[in-house]
Design a protein. Sequence first.
Length: 309
Amino acid sequence: MSTAPVNASIPVSGELFAPVSPGMELCYQTFGDASGEPLVLVMGLGGPMNWWDPTFCTRLAESGFYVVRFDNRDTGRSTKIKAKASRAALVRAFAGRGSTPPYTLSDMAGDVFGLMDHLGWESAHIVGASMGGMIVQTMAVERPARVRSMTSIMSTLGKRTVGWQHPKLLPILIAPRGPSRAAYAETSARLWQMIGSPGYPTDLALTKARAEETFDRGFNASGVMRQMLAILNQPNRARALRSLRMPVCVIHGDSDNMVHVSGGRATATAIPGAELLIIKGMGHDMPAQLWETFIEAIRRTADRARTPR
């Protein structure tokens, strides 16, 4: 689902598959010329690659990047994990009582490095939204030599006293989406109305169309729960982030009900030299009205990697 025509002059691959570790395969797609600067887009909770709009990806390619978007594990057409995840475990994790997740954000960061290996990229610029921001932060901490620059969007650093969800969201986050395409689209649309950008509203029909496309790509309710457990069991990265030296931009909306803006502020504070961009009226989405703002921020952050620190 795209909101604008895609530039036909930009090369776009079909959907491809990369073996990233034993038993793990990611579905991915590239935009732009392979001679461009490598850029990985990492999406958030339950979000397949189509949540990075193709027009947005094309515009990034036009600004000099060779862009890859992909389905995280347990999402879309990538490998689904065979492990149980219960709503009771989610409630315990939300309450801070802890649980052992089937996999961690570090495992998901390893998936991205595996995709980079498949593409032949020793290093890349990395951009993550929401859970994707947590994943790219983990990548930067664990293997900084492979990260040219990092942009973390509407995310947080794992500290429980910042970046919290509004309490009204918990019921809909753990509620069943419904088995049918229509039920999933309806529930998803209600959630996005609660967490979207009040200053940059998105047409309800577009929101439902994206939800239908998400369902059609292979929505996996148990996979979303497993990803939520990975998020809720993540470590506090505040100390580790202080060691980062690559260029970093942290983008957050001041109207985010899913991840409070305090999460973005704390992330930027922890990283030496990080740029903090707070956008008035932005919630927990990436509305088309703000695409140029995001692209400009990603581009200038990548450009800082060319300048010795």
